[in-house]
Design a protein around this ligand. Sequence first.
Ligand SMILES: Cc1ncc(C[n+]2csc(CCOP(=O)(O)OP(=O)(O)O)c2C)c(N)n1
Length: 298
Amino acid sequence: MNKDYQKLADNKEEYLKYETNEVITWCGGCGNYGIQNALERALVLENLKPKDCLFCFDIGCHGNGSDKIGTEEVYTLHGLHGRVIPVAGGAAVANPNMKVIAEAGDGGTMSEGVNHLVHGVRSDYPMLFILHNNENYGLTTGQASACTRKGHPMNGSPDGVIAEPMNVCDFVLALNPTFVARTFSGDVKHMTEILRAALNHKGFAFVEVMQTCPTYNRATPQEWYLERVNVLKTAPKTIEAARKAAADFENKINVGVLYQDKKIPNYLGRLENRQGVKTTPVDEVGRFDIKSLLKKFE
Ligand SMILES: Cc1ncc(C[n+]2csc(CCOP(=O)(O)OP(=O)(O)O)c2C)c(N)n1
């Protein structure tokens, strides 16, 4: 047996801590199943215990993962649509001992919250961000997002989308990122590998999962990806080369780590007042009795 599978089998108890008995609301064939499974595998293989992680979810189909990940030992946060990055980034900076994982859809990330993505990447917050790119607004039943393919009819734009879709990896690569990867929800093994690499990154690790949505995205189903996905064996060395590798997302779609810079210090590493400090900001928050302040309003 492959040694990773052996390790997963040996750590079944740990793996099961990331599972719940909640009723699954995702559609049959939804890419979210594979993504959640790959993340759970990656966490176990990287020896990350539930109590050491914070899972932050945006609003959307993927966000229902907040009910499905973990037992009472798991910390989860389900925030506002498009706003998961500042919330998760704040938590990651406040308590760098926690592994912070944020998940969001392409709707919330590339429209409502695109400003937060920009500043999350350029600030290099110490967190993993998983973009569930199903190329539509899934939870609100299939409206076009910034990633929907041109010409494809969607609910709300039945004559076909008129704008070109965004290439999210190319967009992020233009922001001087320290980690960018692309993977595909139909390949749990590849996703696990990519998520393991991302979990080990010290700064903002951006992972785009091209996710199938059998209910609303008929333009790019599982077979469409299977015919086009090309696994990169090594990551391009420069951002320019990474942008070239990421450019095609129509015919031959490269998946893998597209770019990583391990040398750049993350957000905390660049804050002069945090250098050499052994405590976390969370440890340093003093307790303050607010009773006297509240008296003013009595
Ligand atoms: C600020 C705000 N705008 C819009 C909505 C309505 N809304 C809830 S879920 C959703 C679609 C989510 O799509 P996406 O972010 O792509 O995630 P998916 O459901 O595809 O996983 C929308 C538009 C909202 N809750 N809050």
